[in-house]
Design a protein around this ligand. Structure first.
Ligand code: SAM
Length: 337
């Protein structure tokens, strides 16, 4: 598990791995759907537990990362592939450099991203390309202060000595390719990663469904696109993304999710449980979300005769534009069977 390239990602459960492992080990199942896979760390844990895993998320960059580390069981990005990606082509497109100059990273960094993207199709094999893209994504997270893309900043301002902020994206990339290569392993089973809204994913064929939707927070917001729009755009070279040209950081339009709105989330949980009620349901939830745990277990009980709640303390770390905040919450795993 220590080989998983952990990503600073809002709501990531990687700190809860041992607890998740303990609770899941007490349940009998073989196939599993991680329907809000995010950073991919839970899907990776489930793969390491020997399960047949399907992971899905509607963020494209989350899908790319999960394909590289979960669906991919054998391909690695070799030295020749990397050399091909780094070859210089003076006529490469300059979309990233033109769009984000003075907003994120240095001019050299932005040109580097454009250059690698232009050469991605020289690499054979989907999963090798996924590794290259995942390495780019993780490099950007490491090089970006607090790992979020909410405020434009002069990259020079952040040169405070921290290695991750000092290293160029090129140097990060070379390291991250190795990190992703090391994460690849096989359990002899086939895993699948699909992109899409949770209400469009086929609910059939999973013994257990793990649900970790965004929580409607009591303060702040839970918008993934606001924080990670650059990574989402990068994962698809902004193809199909509508850039909000008047936003200072060139955000992209955020898709609607009922899990962000108090007025819609109760109905969304009801539909979610109904959709997956043919499987064991394991829901991650936390005390800082809306609705409260009693309401949520009440809804689940109308679909599942037996509902067990496991709980423990947890401390989330996440960046906001003001400061890095640490929220102490009670974390729940609600199991319906
Ligand atoms: C709390 S995070 C999941 C974190 C993940 N379990 C981890 O440990 O990294 C919630 C995820 O739900 C995804 N999401 C939000 N609304 C969705 C929807 N309607 N359908 C599918 N995914 C959605 C977000 O893109 C985000 O990755």
């Amino acid at each position: 598990m220590e080989r998983f390239p952990r990503l600073r990602f809002m709501g990531s459960k990687h700190r809860l791995w041992p607890w998740l492992h303990d609770v899941l080990s007490g349940i009998e199942f073989d196939s599993v759907l991680d329907a809000f896979s995010g950073s991919g760390c839970v899907a990776y844990l489930l793969k390491a537990m020997g399960k047949r895993v399907t992971a899905s998320d509607r963020l494209h960059f989350a899908v790319v990362i999960a394909r590289a580390a979960v669906e991919n069981s054998s391909e690695i990005l070799g030295a020749e592939d990397v050399a091909r990606l780094l070859e210089h082509d003076p006529r490469h497109p300059r979309f990233i450099e033109r769009t984000f100059r003075g907003i994120f990273f240095s001019g050299d960094d932005l040109r580097f991203l454009d250059r690698v993207w232009a050469r991605l199709d020289r690499v054979d094999g989907w999963h090798r390309r996924d590794i290259a893209l995942s390495a780019l994504i993780r490099s950007c997270v490491k090089r970006q202060p607090r790992g979020v893309f909410t405020v434009a900043g002069d990259p020079e301002r952040y040169k405070d000595g921290r290695r991750d902020l000092r290293l160029s994206l090129r140097d990060h990339f070379l390291e991250q390719v190795e990190v992703y290569n090391r994460a690849v392993f096989s359990t002899g089973r086939r895993h699948r990663v699909v992109e899409g809204d949770v209400f469009e994913i086929d609910p059939a064929g999973h013994d257990l469904v793990y649900l970790d939707p965004p929580y409607v927070p009591r303060a702040d917001d839970n918008c993934y696109i606001k924080r990670y729009h650059f990574l989402e755009g990068l994962s698809r070279y902004w193809e199909g993304c509508e850039i909000l040209v008047h936003s200072r950081v060139r955000k992209i339009v955020k898709p609607h999710t009922p899990f962000s709105h108090r007025s819609e989330c109760l109905d969304a949980f009801r539909r979610l449980f109904e959709r997956f009620c043919g499987s064991i349901i394991v829901l991650s939830y936390s005390s800082n979300g809306y609705p409260d745990i009693e309401t949520l277990t009440g809804i689940l009980r109308s679909f599942k005769p037996r509902v067990d709640v496991f709980e423990r303390d947890h401390r989330y770390h996440f960046g906001t534009h003001r400061a890095v905040r640490r929220a102490k919450v009670r974390e729940y795993l609600i199991v319906g069977r």
